[in-house]
Design a protein around this ligand. Structure first.
Ligand code: EPU
Length: 302
């Protein structure tokens, strides 16, 4: 969607919003798939409620994009504008064992910044691509660590009240790749409590996780990480692999030949290529195992 009204553009300017007309979402996502839309980048969290009020009053639909690493976006001119937070500098502020991390901060960089201050625990998250906001919303996890374990409070924009609020950890439930945040809540920043650990020890843990990831995941290809959640007690990757589907393609969307739960864009995959591949693999797993795989990737269609 394009915003062309000078009046609305002026109001956006007053809120300190950066307007990028006709942004390519393929360039903003790790899958390299997605159409075009105006992109609104917000530097000051306190202006978010006013921005959303403005968009609602003008009948402009919007979606929030974090790091773009776990989303599959439709092609063509999209019927909504895309909002993205820009983090302050510094985006990680450390006070003893407490760390304030901005939602726009890169998760991996946040992990290494904490490590340099001898704060550990999050080593397993090192190679998880994306922003802290996306990691909080999904309760990102890897190698036995989930971010939710360290969260003490979260500042968020709550769409149901139209205000920014602070929520304590006791009021949030973090489960496997799922949280109690509403889909329309927007993560702004979080306070984490991290255990003290010598830098060298954290670094050793980070190296082990990086090695494991390099050995088993297609890190140099365009993907959204794992496409499906693991079913309780099972492994989506192992099931898909067991059906001989590594290398299986729909157009330029392909089941990775390295890890079968990673679907990669090997050229110019379209949204429907990727969606078609997801549907076909899900159908085959269902036929073979009677198990309905649930998508982990978030799909933005019309
Ligand atoms: N396996 C296969 N073939 C494959 C892939 C995996 O046989 O093509 C087998 C492995 O040999 C292993 C089992 O399946 O015995 C599990 O595989 P892996 O250790 O790679 O873990 P995963 O369950 O597939 C999960 C997360 C990953 C995370 C890794 C490491 C989910 C959906 N995936 O993968 O997270 O990086 O553990 O902790 O929970 C993501 O969420 O996007 C993601 C990549």
């Amino acid at each position: 969607m394009r915003i062309e009204s000078p009046r609305i553009l002026a109001a956006l300017g007053e809120l300190g919003v950066e307007h990028r007309p006709g942004a390519s979402l393929a360039e903003l996502t790790s899958l390299g798939i997605g159409g075009t839309s105006d992109l609104l980048r917000i530097r000051q969290h306190q202006h978010l409620p006013a921005l959303i009020r403005l968009l609602r009053a003008e009948g402009i639909e919007h979606r929030f994009l974090g790091g773009g690493t776990n989303v599959l976006i439709a092609d063509g001119e999209l019927p909504w504008v895309v909002l993205q937070l820009i983090g302050p500098r510094p985006d990680v502020v450390i006070d003893g064992n407490s760390v304030w991390v901005d939602a726009a901060a890169d998760l991996g960089r946040a992990v290494t910044t904490c490590a340099r201050h001898n704060l550990g625990g999050m080593e397993g998250l090192i190679g998880v691509p994306g922003s802290v906001g996306g990691a909080l919303r999904m309760n990102a996890g890897a190698y036995g660590t989930e971010i939710g374990r360290f969260v003490r409070e979260v500042e968020l924009y709550r769409s149901s009240t139209g205000e920014n609020e602070t929520v304590r950890d006791s009021a949030i439930s973090f489960e496997y790749r799922h949280t109690s945040f509403a889909p329309s809540d927007v993560m702004l920043r979080a306070r984490l409590d991290l255990p003290s650990k010598p830098y060298e020890e954290i670094l050793a843990g980070i190296r082990v996780c990086n090695e494991k990831r390099r050995a088993s995941q297609p890190l140099n290809q365009k993907s959204a990480g794992c496409i499906f959640k693991n079913p309780p007690g099972g492994s989506a990757g192992r099931m898909i692999d067991g059906l001989g589907l590594k290398g299986f393609r729909v157009g330029d969307a392909m089941v990775s030949d390295r890890h079968a739960n990673f679907f990669v864009n090997v050229g110019h995959a379209s949204y429907s290529d990727m969606l078609g591949l997801i549907a076909e693999v899900r159908a085959r797993v269902h036929a073979a195992h009677g198990c309905d795989l649930e998508e982990e990737v978030i799909v933005w269609n019309e």
